[in-house]
Design a protein around this ligand. Structure first.
Ligand code: GLN
Ligand code: ZN
Length: 762
């Protein structure tokens, strides 16, 4: 490493392994099939491989690896364990998994406790375990795990840069279990951070990456002050701090971030490129600026020549003070594109996973330090791939673009306002008071999965697979008729996943084989890749729903995933705004809705489970997102006659700040998750005078417990105190795909009985 060169580093590498090795190792340990020693050995192995993949960087991240979650790791490092696991038998690892998931390994762990709460990491689909605070919170340094990993990396010849989430972000991400103000814990927390940094220095560490992503969010003044207090207290710990921000712009926190007494700052130069100039001007002449120039959140190749055009003058100005990295940790992208042998070759040439993103950085680094000629071949290849993507007819479909350009306000408007529609629907549907229904899916049994696998492998032909799925549908319809439910569903047996199922049938999507990304703990998701203009070559669900309707005289709900949810659970294009991709999806779903209506389906549910997830990090940008998201939902839903009843479903419990948007969606019926909240969640619907019908979930589908008639009647009576009975539906919180029929039948039986009891109340 020459001293006057730009340095190359990484903020974090995906820990799961290219073949999800970590998932399988952890799950085998939980089942009791392997020992703690074996699990730890496997983890060390994976760390070694991950560092090997990053060899050649000036610094590799250490401490980004985790057996479950890096925030939970930090809680352990800081000695902040919930009281409920303290003093239980077992090793530290047992305690760790108890907080993570309620229990440790195998049957030997009967020390079950309730798991720590989990929530989304900023606006990503990664979930962390929320730190818990109370009056009894005390911090105690436990640096052993981190120090152990540092010596591993050093022994393997890497220059280690520990990664820590900083004190302010840690406190802001946590939750007090009593009246304690997280900020009041800062004074207690800082000495522990300081001690940790001193220990790192004593172990030969020069630089520490200290992540404070809350700097890209709106901070109350007392938290801005907390930043000043915190970083003043960490000066003199013997290491250099790289204050690291990502996922967005610093905006009003820019001066603050640049004024803190740290040795360097990392800025997300993908999302905040326009701030680079100001940051360069504001930092002092000693401070390092690390720029995240390759997008750590998506899977597209970077336009390297365009990047160099912009970056060369910056590099010239900053010289050895410039470092290069991905915009954020690579945790959010799959490991290695080389694993993808079945992916369409043309589309594959447009992609970069974690490994390839580091390669891109190496090319940029070389171009800056040794001139573009030193990487001429790589740059030419990159340019060719980008040109092919820019001009490919598979990406650009003029028909679709024309349809999007023709979108106007009429498309999202229904024929009549809700009061008129609902009157017509009541006349035709003739449902009882407190109508009962379910959210869509019935148990995805082992047999269903087996049949799907056999079909995929070619062991079962299409006709035989269809017959099998129709049998499942028939079974589900029979069960629902026997239970006496009012509005039936087909049960979604034929769907593997509520997004992938649609993605597979739409033009403009591809699927990777190994493109897994960690969602939480051992759970990984494989987001479909939305690469081109979206169109729907043919109807996607009509045959199945029509078949299901043919089996019953009761209304059969058509079941679709909404455009916003499909978008938010995919890797999306970076060559057009998200809103445009969403409009294209909305037009495709609209066609499906209209086809269902033509096929005689009177009730159509469009799930928007992920609408809330798409909210931008800053509140000031919420309105813009909600505007286009709601409009896209309306475009998808509203091309129908008044007689067609539109349902939507959302499984979350926070509507306070989006109730206006929910009302604007104007679905005739919305079903939501409420069973755990004693219907308090309906207060906001009540206060807002939400006018349409609501099905507040009365059956917690996440639990194997069977809810009793009394429980559900009680919940619905609480609901009826807030929403008039004429506008209430009775249904579970969400789909039943993860449950077993033996649980579902008695639970729904009780639910139907509860509705009968409620009708007698009237
Ligand atoms: N219709 C879907 C189901 O019942 C909805 C799932 C969801 O909201 N997450 O499974
Ligand atoms: Zn749901």
């Amino acid at each position: 490493m020459s001293l006057n060169q730009t340095r190359l580093h990484n903020l974090g590498f995906p820990r799961i392994g290219a073949r999800r090795e970590l998932k399988f190792a952890v799950e085998a340990f939980w089942k009791g099939d392997t020992t703690e020693t074996e699990l730890l050995a496997k983890a060390a192995d994976l760390r070694q491989q991950n560092w090997q993949r990053q060899a050649g960087l000036d610094f590799v991240p250490v401490g980004d690896f985790s057996l479950y979650d890096q925030i939970l790791d930090l809680s352990f490092t800081l000695g902040n364990l919930p009281a409920r696991v303290q003093g239980l038998d077992g090793s530290e690892l047992d305690q760790y998994f108890r907080v993570a998931r309620g229990r440790s390994a195998g049957d030997h762990d009967c020390n079950c406790v309730h798991a720590g709460e989990m929530t989304k990491w900023f606006d990503t689909n990664y979930h962390y375990i929320v730190p818990e605070f109370s009056v009894n919170t005390r911090f105690n340094l436990n640096a052993e795990r981190l120090l152990g990993q540092i010596s591993e990396a050093q022994a393997q010849g890497h220059r280690a840069k520990p990664v820590l989430v900083g004190p302010i972000t840690y406190l802001l991400l946590g939750k007090a279990k009593d009246e304690t103000r997280p900020l009041s814990l800062l004074a207690q927390l800082l000495p522990v951070y300081a001690e940790l940094l001193q220990q790192l220095a004593a172990n030969g560490i020069e630089w520490v990456q200290i992540d404070e992503p809350v700097l890209v969010t709106e901070l109350a003044p007392e938290w801005q002050d907390a930043f000043r207090t915190a970083y003043a207290a960490l000066v003199g710990s013997g290491v250099k701090l790289l204050l690291t921000t990502y996922f967005g712009q610093l905006r009003e926190n820019l001066e603050l971030a640049c004024s803190l007494p740290v040795a360097g700052l990392h800025l997300d130069a993908v999302n905040a490129r326009e701030e680079v100039e100001r940051v360069v001007a504001t930092l002092d002449s000693e401070q390092v600026l690390s720029l995240g120039v390759v997008n750590g959140r998506n899977i597209w190749k970077t336009d390297l020549s365009a990047l160099l055009d912009w970056l060369e003058p910056v590099a010239h100005q900053l010289r050895e003070r410039l470092w290069l990295a991905p915009s954020c940790s690579l945790l959010h992208v799959p490991v290695d594109l080389d694993s993808e042998q079945k992916l369409d070759a043309e589309i594959r040439s447009w992609l970069a996973f974690a490994q390839q993103k580091l390669d891109e950085l190496r090319v940029v680094h070389s171009a800056l330090n040794h001139g573009r000629a030193s990487v001429a071949a790589e740059l030419a290849e990159n340019l060719a791939a980008l040109n092919s993507r820019r001009t490919s007819p598979r990406v650009h479909n003029p028909e679709v673009q024309k349809a999007v350009a023709a979108i106007d306000a009429t498309l999202g408007a229904r024929q009549s306002a809700y009061p008129e529609r609902i009157a017509v629907q009541r006349d035709t549907l003739k449902l009882p008071l407190y109508p009962t229904t379910t959210i869509g899916s019935f148990p995805q049994t082992h047999e269903i999965r087996k049949a799907r696998l056999a079909f995929r492998k070619g062991e079962l032909d299409a006709a035989a697979y269809e017959t099998r799925m129709k049998q499942e549908i028939e079974f589900a319809v029979q069960q629902q008729e026997a239970l006496g439910l009012d509005v039936l569903v087909h049960g979604e047996a034929e769907r593997n996943d509520m997004v992938e199922y649609f993605g597979e049938q739409l033009e403009g999507y591809v699927f990777s084989q190994f493109g897994w990304v960690q969602s939480y703990g051992s759970r990984c998701v494989k987001p479909p890749i939305l690469f081109g203009d979206i169109s729907r070559p043919e109807a996607m669900t009509v045959d199945w729903i029509q078949y299901a309707q043919s089996l019953t005289d009761k209304p059969m709900k058509g079941m679709l995933t909404g455009p916003v949810t499909i978008l938010n659970w995919s890797f999306v294009r970076d060559d057009q705004p998200r809103s445009v991709s969403c409009q294209q999806l909305a037009l495709a779903i609209r066609q499906e809705v209209q086809d269902l209506e033509r096929a005689g389906i009177d009730i159509i549910q469009i799930d928007e489970a992920a609408l809330r997830e798409g909210l931008p990090l800053r509140r000031s940008q919420w309105a813009t997102y909600l505007n286009w998201a709601v409009e896209c939902f309306r475009i998808s839903a509203n091309g129908v006659a008044d007689t067609t009843q539109i349902h939507t479903h959302m499984c979350y419990s926070e509507f306070n700040d989006i109730i206006e948007a929910i009302a604007l969606m104007d679905a005739d019926v919305i079903t939501i998750e409420t069973s755990r909240s004693d219907m308090e969640l309906l207060d906001v619907f009540d206060a807002f005078h939400y006018p349409n019908e609501i099905g507040p979930g009365v059956y917690d589908i996440h639990s194997p417990n069977i809810p009793s008639v009394e429980q559900m009647v009680k919940l619905m009576r609480l609901a009826a105190q807030r929403i008039p009975a004429e506008r209430l539906w009775v249904n579970p919180d969400c789909g039943l795909k993860t449950r077993q029929w033996s649980e579902v039948i008695p639970a729904l039986q009780n639910m139907v009985t509860a509705a009968q009891v409620l009708r007698e109340d009237q």
